[in-house]
Structures are given as structure tokens and as C-alpha cells.
Design a protein around this ligand. Sequence first.
Ligand SMILES: C[S@@+](CC[C@H](N)C(=O)[O-])C[C@H]1O[C@@H](n2cnc3c(N)ncnc32)[C@H](O)[C@@H]1O
Length: 266
Amino acid sequence: MREKFDAKNYWEKRLQGNYDLHGVGLIEWGEQFNLWLYRIRRRFFLKTIQQHGVEQGKVLDIGSGTGFYLECWRDLGREDIHGMDLTDVAVQKLRKKFVDMTIHCGDIGEHPIEAMDHTFDAISCMDVLFHIVDDEHYAKAFQNIASMLKDEGLFIFSDSWLKGDDIRGTHIVHRSRTFVAKLLEQAGFDVVEVHPMFILMNAPVDSHHLILRAWWWCLYQVSARFHRVAGVLAAVLYPLEIMLLKLAGSDGPTTKVIVCRKRKAY
Ligand SMILES: C[S@@+](CC[C@H](N)C(=O)[O-])C[C@H]1O[C@@H](n2cnc3c(N)ncnc32)[C@H](O)[C@@H]1O
């Protein structure tokens, strides 16, 4: 029988060892590759939020890690920003770094933040939910997020959103979009946009395309061994990835960003 995954312990250790963008990103790929991935994430996140018009109000970022998305929210001009993380290490460091923000400690798969019912105009939860391996806790996370959002509030998260069946790892579960869409519906969300976050620069978990799989395997073999080379490759790939993302529709071979609105008077 598979041993139960202890998420808190896993993330405490991982972030204690690497409290930086490759600790929260693709840890084996080194800092430079991850810096380029985060450039893409930032560009994409800012554009998506601007398109959906979250002009003002209180926002929450769940699974804040090093605070990358807290900074994005600040750059978008938000003033009342809350963060939340499972780990003591992230919460302590975030409280020191972002003294003007409120940082909560908690597990989104367990409870919403106390006394925060119907408080937030927007909530982000990027690259976090697929790390909740227990399906009940995963479903609970959507319920908890819905309870903290105001009616018609915006919820943006990333997930694998697979066309096919779930792929289960020890600390990550790539779930089928049918299953995730059902949970969103049950929690009172309407999905308003789905867009790929990467095309060539992340594992093609949602594709059986042999060339794409071979491409990722080769990139991994080089990049996991030679971090400097990985940085150079990422710099070269960056403009191509941006171009492909502009051309992409709502589907893609890897992580997607899903934008939802909480239904009124739910
Ligand atoms: C892959 S990192 C992503 C960090 C950040 N969102 C980013 O994209 O840079 C996952 C983060 O979520 C936190 N986390 C994992 N499971 C969580 C949970 N159930 N509730 C709250 N935070 C969680 C981890 O401690 C870690 O900081």
C-alpha cells in the first residue's frame, strides 16, 4: 500500500532547502530555467487579470511560496493583499518580506481562513491544487475558496486539466478536466476561460504526441544535468513560447490556467 503523502513535511523540507523560484518551480532544472518560466507566468498572469477587470478590492493568493504572485498582485495596483501558505517557513519569510500584506498559515484542503467568509474580490491559487493528492481535500479546497469569495468574485488557478484520465504521482496528481469541472460546478463556479500556460517549456502531461514527448525527454536530460545550458535554452525558447501561447486556443499539452467566477447568491 502506498504511504500517505505528508504535504506539510514535504513542502517545509523543500522550501527550507530552496526558498527561491526553483524551490517552488521545476526543482531539478536550476535557477535560470525557472527564471524564464516565471517570466512567462508573470506576463500571462498580469494579462489575464487585466482582461478580466479586477480593478480594485481585496485579493488572496493561496500557496504563496516565495510570494511571486503576491508581487504580481501588487504590480497590478492592489493594496489589500492577503497571502496564505501551508508551511511555517514560507509564512515566516513572507511576513518579513511583505510587511504591508496579511499572511495566513493554513491548508486550503482543510479549512478556509477563519472569519474571511465572502471577503475577497479575487483569489489566485497557482501551481498548488495539483499538489493536493487526496481527492476529498482537493474538492474541499474549491468549497473553501468559494466560501471566501464575494459573489461574482474571480478565481484563477492552474491545473493540468487533462483530456484523459488522472495521472497520479506521489506529490502531484494531474486530474481529468471532467472531474475538475464537476467540482467547480458543485462549488458554485462558472468557468469563464481556460488557456495553456506553457506549450514547449513544461512536461507534456496532456499529450501523447511522440515528438512532444521526445522533445521534453531530451530537454530534461540536458537541463537537469547542465543548469547553465538550461538557462541558455530557456532564453532561446522564451520568444517562441510567447508566440505559441498567443496562437494557442483553450487547449495545450501541459498546465492550463483556469479562470472562474463565483455564481451570484450561491
Ligand atoms: C509549487 S509551489 C507554488 C508556489 C507559488 N504559488 C508559485 O507559483 O510560485 C506550492 C506552494 O503551495 C504550498 N501548498 C501546498 N499545498 C498547500 C495547501 N494544501 N494549502 C496551502 N498551501 C499549500 C506549498 O507550501 C508551496 O509554497
